[in-house]
Each structure stands twice: as structure tokens, then as C-alpha cells.
Design a protein around this ligand. Structure first.
Ligand SMILES: [Zn+2]
Length: 209
């Protein structure tokens, strides 16, 4: 690969909102969109540090989200506290295996896969890896689009609450695990947003200079 022209090298900033290209002032690291006036940057500032900080917070939240009870049920048959995993086991044992699978995928599999993928992307960027940037870009795209499915879990809990209310005189309270899980989903989403996918491509261009 010979000389490659990149927008960054030509001092051009593209706008995330209106896609317009703006020429930056010489030597500047940021600018303002000439069309819609939004704030533009060549790279997100301190992307790697911020992503790491949020990632570590996510790993810490992952523990209470899975170990603390996600809901407390009070019914005629007694009080019961359930973690995500015991909820999955309960659903499976009571014959709602499709619900068990949905809850397992949405609240255990997807959040862990997101954390592992984002960690891999940050480490690869930090080590200036040149491994298949297109593949890594696709991983980032999936990571971003999958975020909303993590909230599926909340719908399942809402549905369970409705079901239990219909069947018996029971009360359900959200446990500390639900708070930790909500925080986990939000913090992981922020971590993915703090990551600048343009960093994936940087080593490709500098290597050929
Ligand atoms: Zn714009």
C-alpha cells in the first residue's frame, strides 16, 4: 500500500450529525461543523483511558448484578429471593424453558460477551495491532447495536411481575441485584461509546509511511 489519503491527514473533520466535511484550522485537534455548528474532533479525547475506566467499573458491577437477588417475592407460599441465575433455573425447572433461555441470553451471555469483546478491542488498539481491522470494526458495530437487547431482561422481569400478580396474591420487589444490573447495562453502554473505533485504523496508515 502506497501513500494513503485520509480525511484526518488532509485536516478534514466529518460531522456525525449531518455528515458534512469541515476543514480544521492548521494544527487544531478539533473544530466546529461549518453546516450545523456541532463540535467535531479528530479522535475522541482520552478514548482508551475512559474506556478502560468504564470497563473496569462494568467488571466490578458484574459481580453484584449476578450474586445479589434481582427480586424478592412475597406470596402465600412464603418469601423468596432470586438472583438472575436462580431465576433462570427456576424458569427452566417450572417448564418455561423458552423464557429461561431468553433471560439467560439477555442477562448473562450478552453482557459478558460485550465486556470480553470491548476488552479485546481496547487491548488490540493499545498494542497498535494490525490484525484484521474490518473484522474488529464489525465487532464494534455488533457491540453497539446489541446494547438495546440487554434491556430485554427488564421486560422479562416486568412480565414475571404481571404473571405472578395474576396468579396469586403476591408482591414483588426489585432487589439490589436489579439496580446493579441496570447500572451494568448503562456503564457498559458508556464504555462502548467512549471507545473511538477510528483508533482501530490508525496503525494501518502509520505502518506504511
Ligand atoms: Zn454538521
Amino acid at each position: 500500500m502506497a501513500f494513503t489519503r485520509t480525511a484526518g491527514r488532509l485536516g478534514l473533520l466529518s460531522c456525525h450529525l449531518c455528515n458534512s466535511l469541515t476543514k480544521s484550522a492548521p494544527g487544531a485537534h478539533e473544530g466546529r461543523c461549518s453546516r450545523c455548528g456541532s463540535h467535531l474532533r479528530f479522535r475522541k479525547p482520552d478514548s482508551i483511558t475512559r474506556t478502560w475506566a468504564l470497563l473496569i467499573a462494568s467488571y466490578i458491577l458484574f459481580i453484584p448484578a449476578n450474586l445479589l437477588p434481582i427480586m424478592h417475592t412475597n406470596s402465600l407460599f412464603g418469601a423468596q429471593s432470586d438472583t438472575i441465575l436462580s431465576g433462570v433455573v427456576y424458569l427452566w425447572a417450572s417448564g418455561s424453558w423458552h423464557l429461561a433461555v431468553i433471560v439467560f441470553i439477555a442477562s448473562i451471555l450478552v453482557p459478558s460477551a460485550k465486556l470480553v469483546t470491548l476488552t479485546f478491542l481496547v487491548v488490540s488498539v493499545q498494542r497498535r495491532s494490525t490484525w484484521d481491522p474490518l473484522q474488529r470494526m464489525n465487532m464494534y458495530r455488533i457491540l453497539e447495536s446489541v446494547g438495546r437487547w440487554s434491556m430485554l431482561d427488564i421486560f422479562v422481569v416486568a412480565m414475571l411481575v404481571a404473571l405472578v400478580h395474576l396468579q396469586t396474591l403476591a408482591t414483588i420487589r426489585a432487589g439490589a441485584g436489579a439496580v446493579a444490573f441496570g447500572a451494568l447495562v448503562v456503564v457498559t453502554m458508556l464504555a462502548a461509546m467512549a471507545f473511538d473505533p477510528r483508533l482501530i485504523w490508525d496503525p494501518q496508515w502509520t505502518r506504511h509511511e
